[in-house]
Ligand binder design. Structure first.
Ligand SMILES: Cc1cc2nc3c(=O)[nH]c(=O)nc-3n(C[C@H](O)[C@H](O)[C@H](O)COP(=O)(O)O)c2cc1C
Length: 187
């Protein structure tokens, strides 16, 4: 079971880093598994705490992948890592074990504290489509262009039918980025 979350970590100098990660459930622990190189990985080694921010505002996922990492933060309750101000809920995590790996180390985290801030408003297909498009964008260099374009064409249907303004904005950031990357790649 993997939950897509926005992970906040902090550098030794106190700089907060915001990035989307798939949290892997392992009993009552969450595993963060960053591919090298990663600022989140460097931060977790230096300061072994993180916040898992659970949000349905998909602009955070699309924003982080397209260079928009400046989201409002507030202090967490029990650990010295800031959390996303508008998350529906968050979990404060402490790294308990690191499974070293040349490509993708695993940080096994215990839950120090959890809070809920707002109710879950129900499923929305456009939000799900944005998350899927984020995954495609993060793998653009590994996937054939035709497959990416086919999948995006399918996901566009849900966005056109069910998006609100936040989802529409997230989608436009992603589509601009895909276009720009393919233009640079010259393919
Ligand atoms: C929904 C979602 C899940 C992701 N999960 C992971 C993950 O488990 N591991 C990883 O290395 N990157 C993952 N990524 C990509 C990272 O967010 C991205 O590479 C990020 O910039 C991490 O590098 P950083 O720590 O240097 O910011 C995911 C992206 C999205 C949109």
């Amino acid at each position: 079971m993997i939950r897509e979350a926005i992970i906040t970590t902090v550098s030794p100098a106190g700089k907060v880093h915001v990035a989307p990660f798939g949290l892997i459930a392992e009993g009552n622990r969450w595993v963060i598994a960053p591919f090298r190189p990663s600022t989140t990985l460097d931060n977790l080694i230096a300061v072994p705490y993180a916040v898992a921010n659970f949000t349905d505002d998909v602009r955070l996922f699309a924003g982080c992948l397209t260079g928009r990492r400046d989201w409002p933060l507030v202090p967490a309750s029990k650990i010295a890592v800031s959390r996303i101000a508008d998350a529906l809920a968050h979990a404060e995590l402490a790294v308990e074990k690191v499974a070293e790996d040349a490509a993708r180390p695993r940080f096994v985290c215990g839950i120090v504290h959890e809070e809920t801030h707002a109710p879950f408003g129900g499923f929305n297909r456009a939000k799900a489509a944005v998350i899927e498009a984020c995954i495609l964008l993060s793998r653009l260099h590994m996937l054939p262009r035709q497959k990416v374009e086919q999948e995006l064409a399918y996901l566009t249907i849900s966005v056109e039918k069910t998006a609100g303004p936040e989802e529409a904005q997230a989608w436009s950031w992603l589509m601009d980025e895909v276009k720009a990357r393919y233009a640079t790649a010259g393919s």
